[in-house]
Design a protein around this ligand. Sequence first.
Ligand SMILES: [Zn+2]
Length: 585
Amino acid sequence: MAELKKKLGKKDAQTSISDLASRIHFSEKEGRIWLDDQRMVLLHSSALGVLRRELIDSFGIDEARGLITRVGYNSGSHDADLARKLRSSATPLEAIMLGPKLHMLEGVARVEPVRLDVDVERGLFSGEFNWHGSVEAEEHIHAYGIGAGTACWQQVAYASGFVSRFMGRPVMFREVQCMAHGAPHCVIVGKPVEEWSEAEVDLRALRADSLTSGLSVANRPAAAESPQSLLDDVDVVGVSAGFNAVCHMVRRAARTQATVLFLGESGVGKEVLARSLHRISPRAQGPFVALNCAALPEELIESELFGVEKGAFTGAHTSRPGRFERADGGTLFLDEIGILSWPAQGKLLRALQEREVERVGGTKACKVDVRVVAATNLDLREAVKQGEFREDLFFRLNVLPIHVPPLRERREDIPVFMNHFLHKFNHRDGRVVSGFTGRAIDALLAYHWPGNIRELENLVERGVVLASDEGAIDTTHLFVGGESVEGEWLTLNRDGSLRATSAAVQTEAPDPCATERLGQRVLAMLGEAKDAEITPLNEVESALITSAMKRTNGNQSAAARLLGLSRAQLMYRLKTLQRDEDTDA
Ligand SMILES: [Zn+2]
């Protein structure tokens, strides 16, 4: 421990708990408590005990443990964001040490570090901590007495969530001794998922549903334990609340025959989810046929979907079945359904209603037993309003809509995907790229991911190609395609280093020089010289907003951050500007 203290040095001592405590604000008038920008609550520990007991008694110990684990992982992940923001210049070791401090501040336990070795670039992590007086163990003992197992599920998952977010790869903690098991204090040990034996047991608790293969992609046992399980589905990964909600929906929908509509931006993994849905549905033995409506010219769509009879048009030398017929007894996945032509929409509607299709140039209808799963990144309701999409087809498709959130709204999943794709491309290309550098992890976590998981996959693929063997992927290997890395807290400089952007600057005292520079810039805009004409305020505002929008390629969230506004405030101002322009015109 003395050695660890030496490693952490003076800087760690400076980040005292009172330093973190100064980030807590009680807003008496509004009835809110803030830890930096996160809203918090003061909860009676006995209430926590009651909640645990009710969960265990209602759902059984495994289900309850799963629920509590996911809550903990979520808090750990959020606190990692805060720590990252507070200490953007700290070494990984110092930054990770903020986790135990936040944990203490939040009243969980007294944390005593035993050992901690971190090498972010090589993906090495090894840590051990003692917890004295864990509130979770105390409440568990209060309800059940000293028992057979460990009890600090939420807090162990907090540690896993916190460190995974920092390392950019799944790191898992286990409680090796617990007060609830009769030990004098609790001890937790953390290392990368791959290094644990039987990690599956712990990982299962992180998943709301066996649909997700969770963190385990690199170290999954060859045979899945149940035929219904989707553990073999390597591309379905995630731990976030948003992702778990999607999995619940997919699981529920799979049992039915209802038409399912996946909604969400490009690249969020709609086809992967559609395949999973098919695999766990009663139609699993039947075919899964996919068609991307955007990938075919309009005049070919109908013959592709419904088949064609010989001689139906020039070039139709033979009769052939369409995707509907080929999917008979199985599932037909139609991606980018929003761009179907009006006549094709009519035929699709008929196929859904009558359960029969007629080949192009054919005269008789043919019965088909097909479950249709559709997907779109368009707002179909809006398309209906614009008269571009049939309302009756929309209602027919919209029986079970499942919204898949974009990656930037489930950042907890980013480290999981990073690790997943790193292993995938290392394996495919026979490479041994060790991991990601600290600044690469920062950049990947802060990036806004307009292309979602597909973009992350492409970036990691590029990184694996460009990084050296045994080396780590750095920002210079990742962002070479002109991506604008206007992250939440960090921005990429030309030399590949990161600098803090507005959000991080806000947490520090204003820099008097920066204020002066800003003043000069405003004066310059105003026409500086005393007798020059003064630019009206609304024009200054308009110019600022326009330049921020330009600089962020029209990304409203990033522009808002640059301007120190919330996205809603920016939207309001943009609307006002638009209105002013309209009135002027
Ligand atoms: Zn414990």
